[in-house]
Design a protein around this ligand. Sequence first.
Ligand code: AGP
Length: 630
Amino acid sequence: MCGIVGYVGHSAGRVNTGHNALDVVLEGLRRLEYRGYDSAGIAVVADGTISSRKKSGKLSNLIAELDASPLPESLTGIGHTRWATHGGPTDQNAHPHLADEGKLAVIHNGIIENFAELKLELTRKGVTFLSETDTEVAAALLADIYRNQLGGDSANGGLTKAMQLACQRLEGAFTLLAVHADQPDVVVAARRNSPLVVGLGDGENFLGSDVSGFIDYTRRAVELGQDQIVTITADTVEITDFYGAPAEGKEYHVNWDPASAEKGGFPSFMEKEIHDQPDAVLQTLLGRSDINGRLTLDELRVDPELLKNVSKIIVLACGTSAYAGQVAKYAIERWCRIPTEVELSHEFRYRDPIVDENTLIVSISQSGETMDTLMAVRYAKEQGAKTVSICNTNGSTIPRESDAVLYTHAGPEIAVASTKAFLAQITAAYLLGLYLAQLRGNKFQGEIKDILADLNKIPAKIQQVLDNEEQIKELGRSMADAKSVLFLGRHVGFPVAMEGALKLKELAYIHAEGFAAGELKHGPIALIEEGQPVFVVVPSPRGRDSLHAKVVSNIQEVRARGARTIVIAEEGDEAVKAYAEHVFYIPETPTLLAPLLSTVPLQIFALALASAKGYDVDQPRNLAKSVTVE
Ligand code: AGP
């Protein structure tokens, strides 16, 4: 998830609006920096040339670069803050990327799935690449079409036509912005599966990955649809599809204040990130399987032969990331038949663990800087184990010190309490499990293809749960005075119960505890008294081992002792109604994938209850986003 800004101003003959493109783009990037801060860059069109500066690290690094080496005054510019996906957060990989002998600049948000084949095709045409990014490939493709197919002639539709033809070749998710020295008063953009909004000004027009990119200059916005190209000048906005057919964009007024605009209009980053979850899962899935349902995790760069000989997997993580590992354990053992242990990182190296060259260590970390996990990974490496990092922060310490990395593409997670990273971690761990099963032949290709098909349906199902959030919010608000809440679950529902309890502890500062539902009768049931709120995560009634019946019995047990039972169950599950004070239904989905849905109501409940108490849900007391001490 990157921040993108485009600007064209000062149309000829109008009163000078006084905006230098550099100023507008920098202001937009400052507001969009929450979307990505691995690197930042700007390109402007002035005096018949493209001038650009880009720098790894935060926006302040780019500003320092611009102070040292200023850009010329300009009417037209584009800018980018990067959340790295392809290629580490380096100066070279920062956007914009140049092509057509420096006359074309391109910035991009998303993942181009077929960039490898395009790169090969262009390399064979003599193109040399400076970066590891898919974006540079898109820029080279655009240049090749503009220069060689259209003759570099703006009369032939110029940059707009070139963008249309290029987008017909691109697969995946992308928002692209391009400027060319031949057309100094034009920015051309395209979007598929990735956000882009037009800002309408007076004698100037804007582009942004969201409205916070231009909210300081205009509140008139036009949302672009799927597979659309937009060409802006200072006075015109022209929208087409990828084949040049004219399209309409619907104008709307932005009534957010700038601060809430950075949160996508939500009152908190936490709520915004809960709503980012469909996209976080989608982006993590994108580009990692082919149309035949085969996993394509070439990015892992681990010798497949080594993975075939893995005799044990140990997942190392803390907090929410450890619960993601616990959920994944059920799937990995089911799909790969490899014994999988989930260890709290801070416990791991003090218990003299059994680790050898056939042990695969899978660390899970949103920040990639958690010291407990980093030290555990180092210890495991000393014992000869291979290490794979599942991480959301490109270029952070844990993936850098691991043998391989499988990045989640959830985008920056700003709120301290983890939500979208959790679902993305589970998704990435599932992909790893399926990849191992594919390599080791534990699953037929058809079975893997079916599981991937079910995974690809998850983003829309998460959205369905979010669409019904008001019901759970209302319950959260009504229980603001609760002093203790218990969470029960079985099988994959057990780590979900633990995560639901953690969310409530972190956000509302009240006692909350997750239990394996089967453990209740072995002691914890003594906690049940009149009015005790108990959440129960119920497995699908279609699942095996009559798990469902056992959990319904657990609900009866606590209900009989006066508990207030709040049930998360699969749509159509009528059996739970008799024993539940509230039922929140989630869409039907295979048992192993259900945590990607059943977690969401628990996140929303904790958010609503904490908000009702007036707490800061983005920065809860005593907590830090990344625990870099042991
Ligand atoms: C999650 O809500 C917590 N903030 C915390 O448990 C977190 O998951 C844990 O500290 C691990 O962080 P990491 O994923 O960055 O390694």
